[in-house]
Ligand binder design. Structure first.
Ligand code: PPS
Length: 309
C-alpha cells in the first residue's frame, strides 16, 4: 500500500473516532436506558434522544425514513438520495449514506443535520412515541418500511456481531428470546410496528413492505416518487432501480460501511450486506423456536392487519 494511502486511512480512522466520539479501548457493547427504551449506548445519549424528540425543527419538505432496525433502512436511504438527485448516482458514490440521510437520534449527527439544506432526507429508528414532536404540526413526510420480523431478528443477530457497540448474545435461541421481549432495542419490533401503524391512512405517511420491494423494486420506487411528488422520467427511475440494487449497494464504498474502522464495524466474518433476501429465518429457526415466535406474534399482533409473504 502506498504511504499516502496508509496516511489517508489513518486520517479516516481519526475522523471516525471523532465522529463516534470513541476510542477502541472505550468502545463497549453497552445499552442506554431512555425512559424504559433500550438503545445502543455508544451512539446515543439521553441528550441526543431529547434533541430528536423535543428540539428538532421539522420543515414541511422534510422526508423521514423510519424503520425498526434491519428492515431496509439503508435501502431507503439510497433510494431517497437517488430520487432527489433525479437518478444521478454522483451523490451516492461520493458521500457517505449516513451523511446524506443521517440518523436524527445519534449524537454524532446533530451538526450534520443542522447543516443540511432543504429538502432534508432524514433517518430514524425511533418509535412513534419519541418521534419529533414538531412533526405533528408539519406537512413533512414519513416512509415507514416493515420487514418480516423473523428475518429482522436474523439480520439483527448478525448485525450485533458486526457492530462492536451492540449487546450480543451468541446463542441464537437466547437472542430470539430477547427479540421477543420488551428488552429489545428501540422498544422492540412489536411495539415499534404497532405504534407506527396507528398512523395508517394519514396522507403524509407511506408504508412499505421490504418483501414487496424485493419482489418489484421498480413499482415501489415509482410509488415512492408519487408519494413525494417527484416526477422522474423512465431513465431516471431505471437509474434509481439499478443503483439501489443489493449488488450495487454492496459494492458502493459510500454505502457498504467498508470505510468504518474494524473497532466499530467488523465485517471480517459477516458483511453488513449479508443476503438481502426474504425468508432467511427458515435457515435459522428450529421448528420449536418458530412455534414460540409465532405464539408471541399472534398474542402481540392479534389486532393488527399485517401479513408477510
Ligand atoms: S440498519 O442497520 O438498521 O440500518 O440495517 P437495514 O439497512 O435496515 O437492514 C439491513 C438489511 O437490509 C438488507 N439490504 C437490502 N436488501 C435488499 N436490497 C437492498 N438494496 C438492500 N440493502 C440492504 C441487508 O442485506 C440486511 O439484510 P440481511 O438479511 O442481513 O442481508
Amino acid at each position: 500500500m502506498c504511504p499516502w494511502m496508509i496516511w489517508g486511512s489513518k486520517i479516516e480512522a481519526l475522523q471516525f473516532r471523532n465522529q463516534f466520539r470513541m476510542l477502541p479501548e472505550s468502545l463497549a457493547r453497552s445499552s442506554l436506558d431512555f425512559q424504559g427504551m433500550k438503545l445502543p449506548g455508544t451512539v446515543h445519549t439521553a441528550e441526543s434522544i431529547n434533541y430528536a424528540w423535543k428540539e428538532l425543527k421539522v420543515f414541511d419538505d422534510d422526508v423521514f425514513n423510519v424503520t425498526y432496525p434491519k428492515s431496509g433502512t439503508t435501502w431507503i436511504q439510497e433510494i431517497l438520495s437517488l430520487i432527489y438527485s433525479n437518478g444521478d448516482p454522483t451523490p451516492v458514490k461520493t458521500e457517505f449514506s449516513w451523511d446524506r440521510v443521517p440518523w436524527i437520534e445519534q449524537h454524532a449527527h446533530k451538526a450534520k443535520i443542522e447543516s443540511l439544506t432543504s429538502p432534508r432526507l432524514l433517518t430514524t429508528h425511533l418509535p412513534l412515541k419519541f418521534f419529533p414532536q414538531n412533526f405533528h404540526k408539519s406537512k413533512a413526510k414519513v416512509i415507514y418500511t416493515i420487514r418480516n420480523p423473523k428475518d429482522v431478528c436474523v439480520s439483527l443477530y448478525y448485525f450485533c456481531k458486526i457492530a462492536q457497540f451492540m449487546e450480543f448474545r451468541e446463542d441464537f435461541q437466547e437472542f430470539v428470546a430477547r427479540f421477543l421481549s420488551k428488552d429489545e432495542v428501540y422498544s422492540g419490533w412489536f411495539e415499534h410496528v404497532k405504534g407506527w401503524l396507528t398512523l395508517k391512512g394519514q396522507p403524509n405517511i407511506l408504508f412499505l413492505s421490504y418483501e414487496a420491494m424485493l419482489k418489484n423494486p421498480r413499482e415501489n420506487i415509482v410509488n415512492i416518487c408519487k408519494f413525494l411528488g417527484k416526477d422522474l422520467d423512465d431513465a431516471a427511475i431505471d437509474s434509481v432501480v439499478t443503483n439501489s440494487s443489493f449488488k450495487a449497494m454492496k459494492e458502493n464504498g459510500k454505502s457498504n460501511y467498508s470505510a468504518v474502522p474494524k473497532f466499530i464495524f467488523n465485517q471480517d466474518e459477516v458483511s453488513f450486506y449479508r443476503k438481502g433476501i426474504a425468508g432467511d429465518h427458515k435457515n435459522h429457526f428450529t421448528p420449536a423456536l418458530d412455534e414460540e415466535f409465532d405464539k408471541t406474534y399472534h398474542e402481540l399482533m392479534k389486532d393488527v392487519d399485517l401479513t408477510f409473504t
